[in-house]
Design a protein around this ligand. Structure first.
Ligand code: ZN
Ligand code: ZN
Ligand code: FE
Length: 761
């Protein structure tokens, strides 16, 4: 007989790992025990050596579906002569590093039970097991035990307890397990909070209200959601008006995959994503003739679509039988509401009724958003279903926190060889969002009991996140925005320097104090050099340009033609024009930018698609969608000039003037758009050829544009390069915190690039 002590780290809690170990031990007639620990799980096994080896092999080969082992440590200890195998109490000792699982969509077994009139979980909206159910949205602390979740206030009934304690049951140690007798219950209330009905009756009445065109606030998994009949134009119009969200597309939830298939074109990879345990919103091409109100996603060829992912959503959608709009329950840019009283206070002006329940939500988690590109998911918003799965890196680093950027913000913490990127937090400028930002930073540090000494932030002096970092008292590392974008891509795709990074977005503070956004960064072992950039142009009115593409267009035309610019394509009054031209001439409140995002805006305005935007990215999206039916390989002329002289802080400039001059002669917006996209791809290849780095990493919000991404990737491959893009981590500013951590771990005293310029040429 020999005995071994095995410690396992990774995703081994809340996934049925211990019952799996228990069954395996019984199968092989191995004695010992298994227990959860704050680091993962500990196993002691005693048997003849050969059987112990088999145990270790099968342990790794036959893992439960959602489990993953990061490290397995095994050493010999003295045999104790045990003859049985048992599951022991969790140990609470040592540093916390066990991985917390994201929330998991309802599994087929639980789904069958809620539909089976003979089952005790029939019609029960909080049914779950070790294969599915809430995780991150209910956990307060590690280890993952019921007492550390928002289920701590519910005492299990005898039957639930029996399942919970039976190692062979699929609810063995399923921490949120519950049934109609002992678990949370739904309740329907009006705007005053007064109860109208409870349980199944509440669900039926909520469904009836939706059918009649009313708007329901539903307490979902990671926060309140607003629901309305997606087929009913009047209901959608009402929701838009009450939410003050006039044009931005809404996401939909469909009762069944069959109904999705009749509204959208879906490929295998997209089905895989829709039906995955993460169950995100997936952007799918819309089929004409589907019975969705046009107000759901105006002028948009895609629909954001998801399937029900909790029993509550399943039961409600089945009762309805038609798709509904499901949008975050929040006001303007505030975080999604999780508190019941706050929901009544803030959402009463929007929702007619509240379908709520008494299981608290630990933290706000929005629905994630993704599309499929080359058979792989590309996440645009990473939250429910994905967070807090870490990004694993090939190095052990000190505890570091990163505070991200400003819009679409996320924060991150690094611990050992894992980086935990928070859920989407939104724009941290407003007060409520800023509070949520701070809470989330504390939340992630508390969960893993981190004591960071370093904090990484953006170089931008005015970001709320930068201010927070400056006031933290920790050692601060300021990271140039586009450098962080590229490092984010390199981290998730495990790329080592040297790499040519293409970071294209709307706005980022440059090392020289101007607004960057059309950057080619040559990433070295230590830092970066600015290999190329778009020629800068002025934005009359500064930040206002992000909302008004016509301003970017005016800035371009001014750079091209001076004061006598042709402005017949732009929608300005005489006085407006006079004012803005003066600003441009004097360079007052007209900052320089090299932003490709603003270039997109400008072109959208010049071809007559959008003069103003009601949401971020609207003009660029309109421009992308305009070229959908055009097939052309043509592009517009451009020039790349080498910068010479002493001050070579940027090596090459991309001159866009020939392109703009040529596209002003074009008459069809669709053709202009197609050729514009082709030109941008051609620019990327041309710069890559001059730089000569074989690996090219694409990041920044502009690469959310599938047409640009597709053309850039294809053209780069054709020219012999190996292009990479972001998949699990958003290419927008939601990925910045990850890049900031990577910059801080690179151990540079100055990662701003302002003086570094560690040029090897
Ligand atoms: Zn289940
Ligand atoms: Zn029960
Ligand atoms: Fe950015």
């Amino acid at each position: 007989m020999e005995r071994r002590h095995v410690s396992v780290s990774g995703v081994v809690q809340g996934v049925g790992f211990r019952p799996f170990v228990y069954r395996l031990a019984h199968d092989l007639n191995v004695a010992g025990w298994v227990a959860n620990s704050p680091q993962g799980a500990i196993i002691e096994i005693e048997a003849p050596p050969l059987r112990l080896d088999t145990f270790i092999t099968r342990l790794q080969d036959e893992l439960p579906r959602h489990a993953a082992i990061q490290h397995l440590d095994c050493h010999d200890v003295s045999p104790l002569g045990e003859s049985t195998f048992e599951i022991r109490q969790s140990s609470h000792e040592g540093a916390k590093s066990a991985l917390i699982l994201p929330d998991l969509a309802t599994c087929p077994d639980c789904l069958r039970e809620i539909h089976d009139p003979a089952d005790r979980h029939y019609h029960y909206p909080f049914t779950n097991c070790t294969h599915c159910g809430p995780r991150f949205s209910i956990i307060h602390a590690l280890p993952y035990d019921r007492a550390n979740t928002t289920m701590s206030g519910f005492t299990m009934c005898a039957r639930c307890r029996a399942e919970y304690e039976d190692p062979l049951n699929r609810r063995f140690h399923a921490q949120p397990t519950a049934c109609p007798h002992c678990g949370p219950q739904v309740r329907l209330s009006g705007r005053s909070g007064k109860t109208l009905s409870i349980r199944w009756e509440a669900l039926l009445e909520a469904a009836a209200a939706i059918r009649q065109g009313q708007i329901i606030a539903l307490k979902g998994l990671g926060g309140y959601q607003l629901l309305a009949d997606a087929r009913n134009p009047e209901a959608i119009r009402l929701l838009r008006q009450r939410k003050g969200r006039y044009e931005k597309p809404f996401a939909l939830m469909f009762p069944t995959p069959t109904q999705i298939a009749s509204a959208c074109t879906v490929n295998d990879a997209e089905w895989g994503l829709l039906e995955s345990a993460a169950a995100p919103i997936v952007l799918l091409p819309y089929q004409d003739g589907a019975e969705i109100a046009p107000q759901v996603a105006p002028d948009n060829p895609y629909l954001g679509v998801m399937l029900p992912y909790t029993p509550l959503h399943h039961l409600l959608l089945e009762e309805l039988g038609f798709p509904i709009v499901v949008t975050s329950g929040n006001v303007s840019d505030e975080p999604i509401v999780i508190d019941d009283n706050e929901a009544l206070a803030k959402l009463s002006a929007i929702a007619d009724l509240f379908l709520t329940h008494n299981r608290p939500i630990a933290r706000p988690l929005d629905d994630s958003v993704a599309f499929v590109f080359e058979h792989e998911p590309v996440l645009l918003r990473r939250a429910r279903g994905y967070v807090p799965t870490p990004i694993h890196i090939n190095a052990v680093v000190d505890d570091i926190i990163a505070v991200g950027a400003q819009q679409k913000n996320t924060v991150a913490v690094a611990h050992d060889d894992n980086i935990f990127l928070s859920q989407h937090l939104g724009d941290v400028e407003n007060l409520a969002a800023n509070e949520n930002f701070k809470r989330t930073l504390v939340d992630f540090q508390t969960l893993y009991e981190l004591r960071p000494s370093t904090i990484a932030c953006d170089l931008h002096p005015d970001y709320a996140s930068t201010h927070y970092a400056e006031e933290s008292g920790l050692k601060i590392v300021k990271v140039q925005h586009h450098y962080a974008h590229v490092l984010s891509c390199m981290a998730e795709r495990q790329l080592d320097a040297p790499v040519l990074g293409v970071a294209w977005d709307g706005t980022g503070y440059g090392s020289d104090g101007t607004i960057w956004g059309g950057e080619f960064l040559q990433i070295t072992e230590q830092g970066f050099t600015r290999a190329a950039s778009l020629c800068p142009f002025r934005l009359p009115g500064g930040d206002l340009a992000a909302r008004e593409p016509r301003r970017s267009a005016l800035g371009l035309l001014y750079a091209l033609y001076g004061e006598n610019l042709p402005c017949d394509r732009l929608d300005f009054t005489e006085p407006e024009l006079r004012l803005l031209l003066r600003a441009l001439k004097q360079g007052i409140n007209a900052p320089l930018t090299s932003s490709v995002g603003r270039l997109f805006d400008a072109v959208a305005a010049l071809v007559g698609l959008r003069q103003r935007c009601s949401f971020e990215g609207q003009a660029a999206m309109a421009l992308e969608y305009a070229q959908r039916r055009v097939k052309t390989d043509e592009w517009y002329p451009f020039e790349i000039t080498s910068v010479t002289g002493d001050d070579r802080s940027c090596r090459r400039m991309i001159e866009w003037k020939p392109m703009i001059a040529a596209l002003l002669d074009e008459h069809d917006p669709a053709v202009t758009s197609a050729k514009f996209h082709n030109t941008l791809a051609a620019i990327i290849v041309a710069v890559a050829e001059q730089v000569g780095e074989p690996v090219v990493a694409l990041s920044g919000g502009c690469f959310q544009n599938r047409t640009l991404l597709d053309r850039a990737i294809k053209q780069l491959r054709r020219a012999g390069f190996r292009p990479y893009w972001q998949q699990q981590i958003p290419s927008n500013d939601g990925g910045i915190a990850l890049g900031q951590i990577m910059a801080a771990t690179r151990g540079m005293s100055d990662v701003s690039g302002s003086s570094g310029q560690s040029d090897q040429h």
